[in-house]
Design a protein around this ligand. Structure first.
Ligand code: ARG
Length: 468
């Protein structure tokens, strides 16, 4: 099996051409370096295609057996690393068909009956996505598990909640972590949605118009486990909606990782001091001995730019294409692979970082306990006593201004203010503001406990889907 082999050295279309391809053409048009990772999908598609050709009588059972054996041998060679690629192997489809024909002779030459690389690549990509989409969802799910676990460990801890990156109202740290959890829940949903739309077999569309041969696209689709078969051959070979959608799902996931990354960067500064990174998930400086840097968080943030580039690149590539297949479509693969690979690496790295990060509870609560963070509670207290909210807002805003300008503690001003008085002072006690957030989905212990239950339900729901 390891013997050096002669290859034909001719492209598949040599019959129509008087001379061979120029080196520059081969160098420019080749996609093998990146589409060879579709080899297993290509073999899967070919096996289903050959089985169908035999079912409809376009191949004898003997021919089917010979081609299957050749496909298995190609599979082995690819796995063993002994598959010899020829200079004219433009893409993985060409390489496999050439080799099958070398092995299986005239039966092998029937492999491509009723098929084009146009429906073939559309199929391969859908098979890739089915596999890798689930894997990506599984990685998001794993990160969600970590967020939920870490949130469960810190149920008593609260942090300042921010708007405009200015302290606003205290929130439970668990609530903050679960906010990220829910964003990732939607990311998993988005992956699932786009997998459902991609669950359509394009095989049988041929180059663009179907076939005069008695092909049976529906049975191939069923054989390959697709939920549906294409309705329109032109659409089947030129649709890359599913690629754009999949990249979008990965990109938005990466944007969510980027936002967490930004918070990790901020929270790990000496100025915030809310978290300490584990040594294994931080980096040092080549020059500054004291440094401990959040490079994972920064790269998760930086790589979001790269995925946004992948997405916009594909959308721009698609926007001017007339029906049906155009070679531009070959440019769909690198962005898709890059987006999925990058997002998968980022998810693993951020998962490890979050699983091991230390939360510095006293720094968080000290920052959250600043009396000014309870201003909204003072206003709501006045509302409970019948003051219209706008008026209550003005009263408390005035006290806050005086407190800052005159350097007088807020509680002192409250005691002397007839509208608030000493009975409102306990509202400033540490932890009071967060305990008072009681409405559904709010930041206090009651609603957060309910939120945990719903989060666990969603995780379980996802787990069952991933296990299918
Ligand atoms: N490598 C090509 C792609 O990725 C496969 C289809 C080639 N089809 C063709 N008509 N040249 O799109």
């Amino acid at each position: 099996m390891n013997e050096p082999r002669e290859t034909t050295g001719q492209p598949l279309w040599h019959g129509r051409f008087g001379e061979g391809p120029a080196d520059e053409l081969l160098a420019f048009t080749v996609s093998l370096p990146f589409d060879r990772r579709l080899a297993a999908d290509d073999l899967t598609g070919s096996r289903a295609h050959v089985a169908m050709l035999a079912r409809v009588g376009l191949l004898t059972d003997d021919e089917k057996g010979v081609i299957f054996a050749a496909l298995n041998r190609v599979d082995e060679e690819l796995h063993a690393g002994t598959f010899a690629f020829a200079p004219t192997d433009e893409d993985i489809h060409t390489a496999i068909e050439r080799r099958v024909t070398e092995i299986a002779g005239s039966a092998g030459a029937k492999l491509h009956t009723g098929r084009s690389r146009n429906d073939q690549i559309a199929l391969d990509l859908r098979l890739y996505l089915r596999r890798e989409g689930r894997a990506l969802a599984g990685r998001i799910h794993a990160l969600q598990n970590i967020l939920l676990q870490r949130a469960a460990e810190v149920v008593d801890v609260y942090v300042p909640g921010y708007t405009h990156l200015q302290r606003a109202q205290p929130v439970l740290l668990a609530h903050h972590l679960l906010a990220h959890f829910w964003a990732f829940t939607r990311d998993v949903d988005r992956v699932r949605d786009c997998l459902a739309r991609a669950d359509v077999s394009p095989l049988g569309a041929g180059a663009l118009a179907g076939s005069s041969l008695p092909l049976d696209p529906a049975s191939v689709a069923a054989d390959l486990g697709f939920a549906d078969v294409f309705e329109n051959s032109l659409d089947a070979v030129s649709d890359r909606d599913f690629v754009a959608e999949a990249i979008f799902a990965a990109t938005l996931t990466q944007v969510h990782l980027s936002r967490i990354g930004e918070e990790i960067v901020l929270w790990s500064t000496e100025e915030f001091g809310f978290i300490r990174l584990a040594d294994a998930y931080a980096t040092g400086s080549s020059m500054l001995p004291q440094k401990k840097n959040p490079d994972i968080a920064e790269l998760a943030r930086g790589k979001a730019g790269r995925l946004i580039g992948d997405l916009t690149g594909v959308l721009a590539m698609l926007k001017g294409l007339p029906l049906s297949y155009n070679r531009d479509l070959q440019e769909d693969k690198e962005p898709l692979f890059d987006a999925f690979d990058t997002c998968a690496l980022s998810l693993a790295a951020i998962s490890g970082l979050l699983a091991t990060v230390e939360f510095v509870a006293d720094r968080m609560t000290a920052a959250a306990d600043s009396p000014l963070n309870s201003a909204t509670d003072l206003a709501e207290h006045l509302v409970e006593n019948g003051t219209p909210f706008r008026e209550a807002h003005t009263v408390v805003g005035g006290l806050v201004r005086q407190s800052i300008e005159r350097g007088v503690p807020l509680d002192e001003l409250m005691v002397n203010d007839p509208r608030l008085g000493p009975e409102a002072v306990p509202l400033l006690e540490p932890g009071s503001a967060v305990r008072r957030r009681t409405t559904r989905g709010g930041a206090g212990p009651g609603p957060v406990a309910e939120q945990f239950d719903r989060a666990k339900d969603r995780l379980e729901h996802q787990r069952l889907w991933l296990a299918k």
